[in-house]
Write a protein that binds this ligand. Structure first.
Ligand code: NAD
Length: 260
């Protein structure tokens, strides 16, 4: 149980982050959720976590593009709940283009949100974790932290960067009761992926099943999507006492993608 713990998950108004935040709450942790989106919809998700699990849930609208806002988000979460014990750096965006045509602002935004924000959050969260001699930091990487695909230079660079950051911080805090790991999903069934299907069906003249099997899951040997619940279960395991000797790892959950 995580009932004495306070957690923060960046990018948790949707998809993987929301499932992780709900899994923490189900184990009794108070959670700070974060992300962009419609204010009323976010408030509904926040209130639903409190109602479903009887924990405290607060929302931070901090933009992960903005370093000082990330730092302030961590300090506010710590003040509101009295500690920050579990930090999940999960917010992420993608843009697909050949590198010689890649828009500068998109490349910079991906590095800021997918990599730099994790640095600012970890930097702000560590002093409290060290004082309390307990902490769990989990970074959402990707199969693209281990292998590349063409046209995703910014994303692949940021996710490989996350794997390196994870190793380095793990070494720095190895004797402080703090573990630092990354999870590396393959293709996950999220609203983000679901929304790409109609356009791909049209563009390629394919059925929904063909798009899923032959396009999206082309690199995923199981030919099945990872689910957000499976990733949340892995994250919960990393927070458990059983995982206290696991640190500095980037753990694939990718249907065999990176075995190839
Ligand atoms: P999603 O789009 O459903 O969720 C992304 C979250 O990040 C949302 O809550 C969004 O509001 C938030 N976000 C985006 N920009 C932000 C900003 N500037 N400031 C604050 N929050 C911001 O996507 P997802 O699929 O759940 O992705 C979550 C993480 O998982 C990302 O790091 C992504 O790279 C990674 N991932 C996803 C997949 C996949 O197949 N879906 C695979 C591997 C890795």
């Amino acid at each position: 149980s995580l009932s004495s713990k306070n957690a923060l998950v960046t990018g948790s108004t949707s998809g993987i982050g929301l499932a992780i935040a709900r899994a923490f709450a189900a184990e009794g942790a108070n959670v700070t959720i974060n992300g962009l989106g419609d204010a009323a919809a976010i408030e509904q998700e926040r209130a639903r976590i409190e109602k479903d699990f009887g924990v405290k849930c607060r929302y931070s609208g901090a933009n992960m593009m903005d370093g000082p806002a990330v730092t302030a988000m961590i300090h506010e979460a710590e003040e509101a709940f009295g500690s920050l014990d579990i930090l999940v750096n999960n917010a992420g965006i993608q843009h697909v283009a050949p590198i010689d045509e890649f828009p500068d602002d998109k490349w910079e935004a991906i590095i800021r949100i997918n990599l730099l924000a994790a640095f600012y959050a970890i930097k702000a969260a560590l002093p409290g974790m060290k004082r309390r001699k307990w902490g769990r930091i989990i970074n959402t990487a990707s199969a693209h932290a281990l292998v590349a695909s063409p046209f995703k230079s910014a994303y692949v660079a940021a996710k490989h960067g996350i794997a390196g950051l994870t190793k380095t911080v793990a070494l720095e805090v190895a004797q402080d009761g703090i573990t630092v790991n990354a999870i590396a999903p393959g293709y996950v069934w999220t609203p983000l992926v679901e929304k790409q299907i109609p356009d791909t069906m049209k563009a390629r003249g394919m059925t929904e099943e063909q798009v899923k099997h032959d396009v999206l899951l082309a690199a995923q040997p199981t030919k099945e999507f990872v689910t957000v619940e499976e990733l949340a279960a892995l994250t919960l395991f990393l927070c458990s006492d059983a995982a206290k000797q696991m640190t500095g790892t980037t753990l694939p959950m990718d249907g065999g993608w990176t075995a190839q």
